[in-house]
Design a protein around this ligand. Structure first.
Ligand code: AHR
Length: 507
């Protein structure tokens, strides 16, 4: 199979935020995963598990979304601030978590976490059981500078400096757990909450720095997601439009069909079904991108110069990942092991975002630790990096790069590829999604390049996974490269593998 790349022809810049993360109070994502508490015997930094912090520091994810998800829609931010011993103890039923909720990890801890790993925070407000005043108070607490009660309270809790949170989600999955709303009812709620948000401007001429994210459709409902987006934008088009910068589509690659299929025990048919399932997201993105464009085109012209017309809304994929059947019955809730099957769909998904960088501006994998498509798994004192972590690490160079023109010749349905260019370097991803067959591909460049690096992620067996007893069973490896300038190179791709190749442009 021939893959032709022309680094001189590019199709847009990849927003680093498509490598975003999502953490929520589900199962052991936060409690026992990220957060072990200051008194824990597990090595920690101010209560955060040191091994998680180290791994996240190395990855430097650009964005982290919190506190949910569904959890956000019953969360009162006040329960999670102030001295930890005085915080209320509640109960978390979300997604069968069924655990006492001590609220030890709240707003200040989340901001500390983001600062430690150098990530931008995305806060999701409580649209369902919360109110506009509750949302305003939370925003004031996070962002107000100066001598207000909210700013003073934040200072008392440790941060004189405002958190300057830019990304605010208004509702989560409002078509189901977020209220079983209709798009029209949600659009009306959205208007109210978006309008009630403080602007944090100090002059009417200041730029709007907030990025308000509306809950988008269920990406897994082929009929509903179309009417949802159409009806949501139509409702906004009835009258003047509030500020809306992002539209949050969620897409899970559900793997429910075969009761015998588990995250670490599956057949080739199970493997193929999961790989193929992940591909649908690209069609959903193209479809939603078109629906947003059409929706915006229907916005009426304002009657006066004082009003603005909604002309741009960016597509966001706030939750994505494989969701295997066993996650529903696992303890802690939604726990899944991770094999090359997940690593390959993770690679395919990130490449869908890279390729569609003109449409998708932000995305968050669900979820970073111990839940669903995790990058990190913890078990008591042990912390294990999954093969998904390797894919995110291998793909870091694409952040902020230009998507390069790439053509796949005589298509092999198992081979996926993407290339980007930045600072004179071309980075090429090659995914062999065949569970059993190695592949040989020919890579052809418009002009000569010099290979500077190559990494390969492959397992001894497709069901292999990392455990506390064998933490590096599936780990990326560096492969030696030949530094002779070439314009065509032949590459062997092991079965079930992800490869990243780096080349420098010679001219
Ligand atoms: O990621 C787990 C859950 O999946 C989230 O809480 C919810 O938004 C989605 O349904």
């Amino acid at each position: 199979m021939l893959i032709s790349i022309d680094p001189a022809r590019t199709a847009g810049t990849i927003n680093p935020a498509v490598h975003g993360q999502f953490i929520e109070f589900l199962g052991s994502c936060i409690t026992d995963g990220i957060w072990v508490g200051e008194d824990s015997e597990i090595p920690n930094i101010r209560g955060f598990r040191s091994a998680v912090i180290d791994a996240m520091k190395a990855l430097r994810p650009p964005l982290v979304r919190w506190p949910g998800g569904c959890y956000a829609d019953t969360y009162h931010w006040r329960d999670g601030i102030g001295p930890r011993s005085e915080r209320p103890v509640g109960y978390n039923e979300n997604f069968a978590t069924f655990e006492v909720d001590t609220h030890e990890f709240g707003t200040d801890e989340f901001m500390d976490f983001c600062r430690l790993i150098d990530a931008e925070p995305w806060l999701n407000i409580n649209l369902m059981s919360g109110s506009t005043s509750e949302m305003r108070e939370w925003m004031e607490y996070c962002n107000r500078e100066g001598e207000t009660d909210a700013a003073r309270e934040r200072a008392t809790n440790g941060s004189v400096t405002p958190y300057k949170v830019k990304y605010w989600g208004i509702g989560n999955e409002v078509w189901a757990g977020g209220g079983f709303m209709t798009p029209g009812a949600y659009a009306d709620e959205y208007r109210k909450f978006a309008t009630a948000m403080p602007s944090f401007k100090t002059s009417v001429f200041d730029e709007d720095h907030l990025f308000r994210i509306a809950s988008g459709p269920d990406g897994n409902k082929p009929l509903e997601r179309v009417t949802w987006t159409r009806d949501f934008f139509d409702r906004l088009a009835e009258y003047r439009q509030p500020g809306i910068q992002g539209y949050d589509l969620h897409f899970y690659n559900w793997n429910l069909d075969n009761p015998e299929d588990t995250p670490v025990d599956f057949t080739e048919a199970d493997w193929n079904r999961v790989i193929r399932g992940s591909l649908e997201l690209e069609d959903v993105i193209l479809e939603q991108g078109r629906l947003i464009r059409e929706g915006l085109a229907r916005m009426p012209e304002p009657e006066s110069d004082m009003d603005t017309r909604l002309t741009e809304v960016q597509l966001v994929v706030g939750e994505w990942g494989n969701w295997h059947r066993t996650a529903f019955t696992e303890r802690p809730a939604l726990f899944q092991q991770v094999t090359m099957r997940d690593a390959i769909t993770t690679a395919i998904t990130l490449d869908i975002f890279h390729r569609n960088c003109d449409l998708v501006s932000m995305a968050c994998v669900a979820q970073t630790v111990n839940v669903l498509n995790a990058l990190i798994i913890t078990d008591g004192p042990s912390t294990v990096l999954t093969p998904n972590y390797d894919v995110f690490m291998m793909y870091r160079d694409h952040r902020g790069a230009e998507a390069a023109d790439l053509r796949l010749g005589d298509g092999d349905p198992d081979v996926f590829s993407f290339a980007s260019v930045k600072d004179g370097q071309v980075v090429v991803n090659l995914v062999n999604a065949s569970m059993l067959l190695p592949k040989t591909i020919e890579l052809e460049f418009e002009s000569a390049v010099v290979a500077t690096g190559r990494e390969v992620l492959v397992a001894g067996h497709p069901t292999d996974h990392n455990t506390p007893g064998d933490p590096d069973r599936v780990r990326r490896a560096t492969v030696a490269v030949d530094g002779t300038p070439v314009s065509r190179v032949s590459i062997e791709l092991p079965a079930a593998s992800v490869s990243v190749l780096r080349f420098s442009l010679t001219a």
